[in-house]
Each structure stands twice: as structure tokens, then as C-alpha cells.
Design a protein around this ligand. Structure first.
Ligand SMILES: Nc1ncnc2c1ncn2[C@@H]1O[C@H](COP(=O)(O)OP(=O)(O)O)[C@@H](O)[C@H]1O
Ligand SMILES: [Mg+2]
Length: 400
């Protein structure tokens, strides 16, 4: 009997490795603009199907360039970008099955919200009934049903922004790409729209890359936060991991509000403790802070090595007589500025050596904390971070 190719194939089907439909992979992606500016340097990132990744970093760090390369609006200088397992370096933007929402979401001024959302589907020749179904579904999700007949000038900024998001949703793309879509909204609206976008993603589960310079937006929205600076990914991880275990000083200072306090010093050993526990020795004034033990045999460095101590404002509280938390040390400080925030207050203070720091303390601890008074700050040394010197100094801590 002659076995045909087809029969052999049926007996022995090739192993099919299912590729998630809408994963996005960047492999060693670099962008050099004409003129020689290296905006993105060797970025590698795997974004899972259905994941929302928040790409965050200061202005000019390469976020938009990265997003625009995924969209196909910028050429990739070197490296590979894949969407849904398909290399898209040479694929036209319109063939990438993505929808992008920009900060300046230009809606067509002469069209209603309905027409704005329907426009791209019309261009594609989607049947009228299907367009209607998708537009009405998006309008329900975005609370736009009563506004479908309005033109952009008859809507508020937040409503217009929701129409811009609706325009992206109706395309039912494999991926959503957002470039600072909330930057034009006022603070309150930004927070509510952010919540709506998060709820929307939980429903649609469309793979999303969300670019923002706002660390709070990134932390609250992202399944994963990717911190970028100078064209390089500094750290990628779940929001709380990035907050608790910043990989370097840059991430530590960028994530978290108010920013972490940093103090220069050297690493020393506590001669009194039998384990030779590590201590931080401040350059200014020579005061010390016992450091939390690191796991296993790992050491932070050699004694005498220059290091930077990092303490979040949340690591402080007001020490009251007899009420010092276990493991805390007390610092005498002069209060310079008090900023009440309702539940808590931010207190800018100065140590005798002249170092300034910001402490965020619960409002109920703040009685008597007034400018020019002296205060006793309890420092939770377990929350101390340690870094190598320099803006991008590596973390020497295990974190919490
Ligand atoms: N078309 C361009 N030509 C040359 N340089 C550019 C261009 N677009 C952006 N850049 C530069 O690339 C760097 C990264 O820009 P961008 O990706 O827009 O940063 P971000 O979105 O993080 O603010 C910046 O230094 C910017 O000036
Ligand atoms: Mg940008």
C-alpha cells in the first residue's frame, strides 16, 4: 500500500505549539533617530496575551518611541517585534491589528460621537448592522449612549476622551496601545477615567500597552509596570514588587510618592552585635542605622564601601514617650514644612547634620508637629533600602 503524504500527515500531525493570539514580544529593540539620537536601547519585553503593561518613565525616556515602533509608526533600527507570534518589523501599521489612542485624540469635529466611532469600520467596509452593534456595545461600556448624537464641541474633555477610546474598542483589535491618553484631563477626571479604563480592560482582556509619565497611573492600572529611563528598561514587574524591591536607585526614586529619601554614607559593621550586623554610617555627622539582615550568606558589600541609604517617607512615624515601635530608631529633627493631606501629613524636616527628609505620618500623630518645632521621628530600619552610589546605583537590599 502506498502511503500518501496526506495520510502520513494525519497519522503524525506536527506538534503545534499554540501561540497566544495577541502576545507582544520585543527582542533587543533599538531605535536610532536620523541625526544619531539613540532613543531606545536594547529593549526586550514579553507582554502576555490579555496583559496590561504600563510603560512609565520621565519625559524623553523613549516611551512613545517604543509604542510607535509596536504600532509600526516608527521603523525599528535593530531588533525584532512580534505580535501574536508574527514578526511585524516589515508589516504596515494598518495590517498589525492594533488600535492606538493618543494624548491628542483628534476627533472629527463635524461628526457625531457615533460617526466618529463608526468611521474606521466604514472605511473597512464592515456591514452597517455590525457597525451599529459594535458602536452601541462600546457606547454602553463607556457610558456614552446618551451622547452618541453629539459633536465633539458639545462634549466635555472627559467625554471626548471616552469617544476616542470607543473608537479604538470598536475595531476589536488584538492590542490596544495608549500613549498618555489622560494627560489632557483635569486631576479628578483623570482618576475616574483611569478607573473606567481598568474596568474596561478587565472586561475585554485585550492585550494593552499603556504609556504614562505618571507613576501612580502606572501602579494603579498595570498588571505589570515597566520603568524606563534613558531608553533602557530599568525594571519590569508587578506594581507592588517594583515598589517594594526597586532594582536600582532610579526606580526607587521614580516609583512611590513622595519620593524616597536618600542619604550618602558607607557600609560598616556593628562591633557590639555578635553576628557583626551591618550598619549604615552617614557621611554627614557619622550617625549610624542598623540594617535589616539580608537572606542567606549574601552580603551587601565590603565594609567601608560607599553606599546610599534609601528610606521612603512612609518608613517614619512620630515617636511618643514609651511608644517606639520595635526595631525602630529615633531621630531628633527640626520641622521645616507641614503639608496636611487629610488622612496623613507630609513633614519636611532637617537632621542636626543638615540633611533634609520628608516623612509621611498619619494625621492623628501630627498633633504639635508645627514648623520650627522639634520632633522625634521613629525610623523603621526594616524598611531601609541600600544602593550603590550614583543615579542608577544597584539595589543592595533584599527589600521587604
Ligand atoms: N522624530 C524624532 N527625531 C529625533 N528625535 C526624536 C524624535 N522623536 C523623539 N525623539 C527623541 O527621542 C527621545 C525619546 O522620545 P520619546 O519616545 O518621545 O520620549 P517619551 O515618550 O518617553 O517622552 C527624546 O530625546 C526625543 O527628543
Ligand atoms: Mg511620549
Amino acid at each position: 500500500m502506498v502511503i500518501t503524504g496526506a495520510a502520513r500527515y494525519a497519522d503524525n500531525p506536527p506538534v503545534v505549539v499554540p501561540v497566544p493570539m495577541a502576545s507582544i514580544t520585543l527582542h533587543d529593540v533599538t531605535k536610532v533617530y536620523p541625526g544619531g539620537h539613540r532613543a531606545v536601547r536594547g529593549v526586550s519585553l514579553d507582554i502576555a496575551d490579555g496583559e496590561l503593561v504600563a510603560l512609565v518613565g520621565p519625559s524623553g525616556c523613549g516611551k512613545s518611541t517604543t509604542l510607535r515602533m509596536i504600532a509600526g509608526l516608527e521603523d525599528v533600527t535593530s531588533g525584532v517585534i512580534s505580535i501574536g507570534g508574527r514578526v511585524v518589523n516589515q508589516v504596515e501599521p494598518k495590517d498589525r491589528d492594533i488600535a492606538m489612542v493618543f494624548q491628542n485624540y483628534a476627533l472629527y469635529p463635524h461628526m457625531t460621537a457615533y460617526q466618529n466611532m463608526a468611521f474606521s469600520l466604514r472605511l473597512r467596509g464592515v456591514p452597517r448592522a455590525e457597525i451599529d452593534r459594535r458602536v452601541r456595545q462600546a457606547a454602553r461600556m463607556l457610558d456614552l449612549v446618551p451622547l452618541l448624537g453629539r459633536r465633539p464641541r458639545e462634549m466635555s474633555g472627559g467625554q471626548r476622551q471616552r469617544v476616542a477610546v470607543g473608537r479604538a474598542i470598536v475595531r476589536e483589535p488584538q492590542c490596544h496601545l495608549f500613549d498618555e491618553p489622560l494627560s489632557n484631563l483635569d486631576a479628578r477626571l483623570r482618576v475616574t477615567t483611569r478607573g473606567e479604563l481598568k474596568a474596561l480592560h478587565q472586561r475585554l482582556k485585550t492585550t494593552t500597552v499603556y504609556v504614562t509619565h505618571d507613576q501612580e497611573e502606572a501602579m494603579t492600572l498595570g498588571d505589570r509596570v515597566v520603568v524606563m529611563a534613558q531608553g533602557i528598561i530599568q525594571q519590569a514587574g508587578p506594581p507592588l514588587e517594583v515598589y517594594r524591591r526597586p532594582a536600582n536607585r532610579f526606580v526607587a526614586s521614580f516609583i512611590g510618592m513622595p519620593p524616597m529619601n536618600f542619604m550618602d554614607g558607607t557600609l560598616g559593621r556593628d562591633a557590639d552585635s555578635e553576628s557583626g550586623r551591618e550598619v549604615f554610617v552617614a557621611s554627614e555627622g557619622g550617625w549610624t542605622l542598623s540594617l535589616p539582615p539580608v537572606s542567606g550568606d549574601s552580603r551587601r558589600g565590603t565594609a567601608g564601601a560607599p553606599v546610599v541609604l534609601g528610606l521612603r517617607p512612609q518608613a517614619f512615624s512620630i515617636a511618643r514617650d514609651g511608644g517606639i515601635p520595635a526595631g525602630a530608631e529615633v531621630w531628633e529633627v527640626r520641622v521645616l514644612v507641614v503639608e496636611p493631606l487629610g488622612e496623613s501629613m507630609d513633614v519636611t524636616c532637617e537632621r542636626p547634620g543638615g540633611e533634609r527628609l520628608v516623612a509621611r505620618i498619619p494625621a492623628q500623630e501630627g498633633e504639635g508637629v508645627t514648623p520650627n518645632s522639634l520632633a522625634r521621628l521613629a525610623v523603621d530600619a526594616r524598611q531601609a533600602h541600600l544602593f550603590e552610589p550614583g543615579e542608577f546605583g544597584r539595589s543592595l537590599s533584599d527589600g521587604l
